[in-house]
Design a protein around this ligand. Structure first.
Ligand code: BTN
Length: 252
């Protein structure tokens, strides 16, 4: 049976990720909470996610794993969730004529500009993922951004069109459903992993990065990601170094 989402639209909420937590006990697997206006959106690394009310898509998806939910997922394989979500976004954008790349671990970029931010909050049960709250902010119709945001873009800036955000959410969820089905088998997961590599931003290109642990700026080439989802970068001396999320910063 095709995967179905149960979407609740709210006029205004602080953060859709937080709202999922508040309503957790009454929500089924595959519930989606979307907000026309999000007043205290949360981003990665403790940042805030601020958007023009009504212009963009801000929503969160509840994924439960285990019995009568999605197939059990080992904690060590939790990066698969990022892969499914980012691949679904890339495919959705392709359908809209936008060539999007995945900036490891889970941003969506078009050229050097950020189109989507993703905040995935997993909770583990022993060595498995119990549930995941996948928060997604897609810049749809916003055309002007605060100057402190370094490099944002939007679907509208890229294509010149205006988007119906409710229809856009439904279209995206249809693609995501397909990837959640693919995620159910180990063969599907390894196919997704290969596909993720082909969609990676800056893969095989020489660019500048900062090693956040030493402060050193270096020229490196992204070669791939390790089994444990670390970023593998070829360093100036030819060695391959693996970085965790907070250990490397892309210089744009
Ligand atoms: C990032 O820092 O790039 C991640 C931003 C994630 C923003 C989305 S908007 C919907 C959901 N609710 C939140 O509070 N954050 C995520």
């Amino acid at each position: 049976m095709a995967i179905q989402f149960d979407t609740i639209w709210m006029e205004s909420v602080d953060s859709t990720n937080t709202e999922i937590v508040r309503r957790y006990d009454s929500l089924d697997n595959l519930s989606v909470i979307a907000a026309v206006n999000q007043t205290a959106g949360r981003g990665q690394r403790g940042n805030v996610w601020t958007v023009e009310p009504g212009a963009n898509l801000t929503f969160s998806i509840l994924l439960r794993f285990g019995e009568s939910c999605l197939a059990p997922l080992k904690a060590s394989s939790q990066f698969t969730i990022s892969e499914a979500v980012t691949l679904a976004l890339a495919e959705y954008f392709e359908g809209e004529g936008i060539n999007a790349k995945i900036k490891w671990p889970n941003d969506i970029y078009v050229r050097d500009r950020k189109l989507v931010g993703i905040l995935i909050e997993n909770s583990l049960k022993g060595d498995e993922v119990g549930r995941s709250i996948v928060g997604i902010g897609i810049n749809c119709n916003q055309r002007e951004f605060p100057p402190q945001l370094m490099n944002p873009t939007s679907m509208s800036l890229l294509t010149g069109k205006r988007y119906d955000t409710k229809a856009a959410l439904d279209d995206f969820l249809a693609v995501l459903g397909k990837y959640l089905e693919i995620m159910e088998t180990s063969e599907g997961r390894s196919q997704m992993h290969q596909l993720y590599l082909t969609k990676m931003y800056r893969l095989g290109e020489l660019h500048e990065y900062t090693d956040c642990l030493t402060g050193e700026v270096f020229n490196g080439t992204i070669k791939g990601i390790s089994e444990s989802a670390l970023l593998q970068v070829e360093m100036p001396d030819g060695s391959i170094k693996e970085f965790a999320f907070k250990e490397i910063s892309y210089i744009l």
